[in-house]
Design a protein around this ligand. Structure first.
Ligand code: SF4
Length: 213
């Protein structure tokens, strides 16, 4: 079996197990996903969702965030950690969208990553979920699981992303990344993965298996 064929099988089986490929960050408007993605750095999605409930109730548009008092944003997002840096980038990215992109979120990874605080992970999240374009979101679940499955030998997010771009079917890559989050929480956990319940066990060189890690 080639690595591309294996990647397709992983997509098929996780689609069967998790038919709905839902983003685990709560949002109703595109800029909210951008902000939630920024807040999720070194923080759980659950905590981000608690914080953004208050944040998005108070600030409803890119314009609202662009003209916000950074200190007020800091206080609301404090539970997410790194709150000073994150607050500065939340306000900064919205100002940059107004000043450089006419108030519209840009739709290329190259442009998105020029915004303050937006790295490739959040840029890919926006590309996939907002613009419905191919995207590879290399979060901790994606990196761990694709490594265990032998789809990449790398652990650096940018290198994992580059490896996955080469082998994943483009039209399925974004959904797969959402499914990897669900799969990583339920079965292929960081510690003590439930290999006995895994639909990918025959494809895997993971913990306890030859060549695994
Ligand atoms: S067999 Fe175990 S390590 Fe491999 S993908 Fe399944 S749960 Fe993860």
């Amino acid at each position: 079996m080639t690595i591309k064929q294996k990647a397709v099988l992983v997509c098929d089986r996780l689609e069967e197990k998790y038919p709905e490929a839902i983003c685990s960050l709560d949002y109703t408007q595109p800029h909210e996903l951008m902000i939630a993605g920024r807040l999720s750095a070194q923080c759980t999605d659950e905590r981000v969702n608690i914080v953004t409930k208050e944040l998005f109730a108070k600030y409803k548009s890119i314009e609202d965030f662009a003209s916000a008092d950074v200190n007020d944003i800091e206080e609301i997002i404090r539970p997410c950690g790194l709150f000073k840096t994150k607050a500065a980038s939340v306000v900064g990215m919205c100002r940059a969208i107004n000043e450089r992109f006419g108030g519209r979120i840009p739709d290329t990874i190259e442009e998105l990553t020029t915004l303050p605080g937006i790295g490739r992970k959040t840029a890919n999240l926006i590309m996939g979920d907002v613009f419905r374009k191919p995207a590879v979101v290399t979060d901790t679940h994606c990196i761990r699981i694709t490594g265990r499955l032998g789809l990449t030998k790398n652990t650096d997010p940018a290198k994992v992303e580059a490896d996955l771009w080469k082998i994943l079917p483009k039209e399925r890559s974004s959904d797969l990344c959402h499914r990897l989050v669900l799969f990583g929480r339920e079965i292929c956990k960081a510690r003590n993965p439930l290999c006995g319940e895994c639909p990918l066990a025959d494809l895997c060189g993971g913990p306890g298996k030859k060549g695994g890690r």
